[in-house]
Design a protein around this ligand. Structure first.
Ligand code: MLT
Length: 252
């Protein structure tokens, strides 16, 4: 996988992007957290600058790709974090590779699987991308990505550009991965590493109650809610987000 690496000697912190995005949504954290961590922001297979993976996309497969990345970089254990779909990948990593995990950062994400209606919507979305390209799904998702106050912000224009440049094949593959992901809820009580759960109070895609559920099931986890922040809370409110992660990293 293509990966940005802030360098440095701090604790390795992998940040996994959401759907349908790429590693560049973490560019603020590459600098904002550089003094506290070695920030690693990969492009999942087929997204951004990464070539498509060699297997059918799945959330578990993406988690294995993160493990392979750590192997390639000679990193034994890392804090793994992600926003939304990236959080699903972090939870799959916790389940599949607990011996490689130092901590978890779960941002605007949830543990449950898709409902039957949700699964059908993934198929509809994939058909839309097949017919009209990635721009069609970007147009649907854009209004829900940031807090309402960000309607005319440069950050929103950038999120739009990032979504629109993703390859239809990667987006269609990720929709199948999202549709078929297992329910991670039963595994939450087995997580034994320090965990930070972050929610955006104005998240229009994943309600805050999901963050509360994660925090209540993961022993010893901390819950941090960010006001005036939407689904991509780290973009709406980078300073509070970075400060919370920095503080969390001192406990890892
Ligand atoms: C994301 O932001 O990664 C997606 O909205 C997650 C999802 O659709 O389940």
């Amino acid at each position: 996988m293509y990966c940005d690496d802030s360098g440095g000697t701090g604790v390795p912190l992998v940040l996994v992007h959401g759907f349908p995005l790429d590693r560049t949504i973490w560019s603020g954290q590459m600098t904002g957290l550089a003094a506290s961590a070695r920030v690693l922001a990969p492009d999942l297979p087929g997204f951004g600058s990464s070539p498509p993976g060699g297997r059918a996309p799945s959330i578990d497969g993406y988690a294995d790709d993160v493990r392979d990345l750590l192997d390639r970089l000679g990193i034994d254990r890392a804090v793994v974090g992600g926003v939304s779909m990236g959080g699903y990948v972090a939870l799959a990593f916790a389940r599949r590779h607990p011996e490689r995990l130092r901590g978890l950062v779960l941002v605007c994400t949830k543990s449950g699987a898709d409902s039957p209606e949700g699964r059908a919507l993934r198929d509809k979305a994939a058909d839309l991308v097949r017919r009209e390209g990635t721009g069609a799904i970007a147009a649907q998702m854009l209004p829900k990505m940031l807090a309402p106050g960000a309607a005319h912000s440069p950050a929103l224009a950038e999120v739009d550009r990032v979504m629109r440049r993703q390859s239809p094949e990667a987006v269609i593959g990720a929709l199948a991965a999202l549709r078929d992901r297992p329910d991670a809820t039963p595994g939450l009580s087995s997580i034994s590493v320090p965990t930070l759960v972050v929610s955006g109070v104005d998240d229009a895609i994943i309600p805050r109650s999901e963050a509360a559920l994660l925090a209540s099931r993961i022993h010893g986890s901390r819950l941090f809610s960010i006001a005036h922040a939407g689904h991509l809370a780290h973009l709406d409110a980078p300073d509070p987000f970075d400060a919370a992660v920095r503080e969390f990293l001192t406990t890892v």
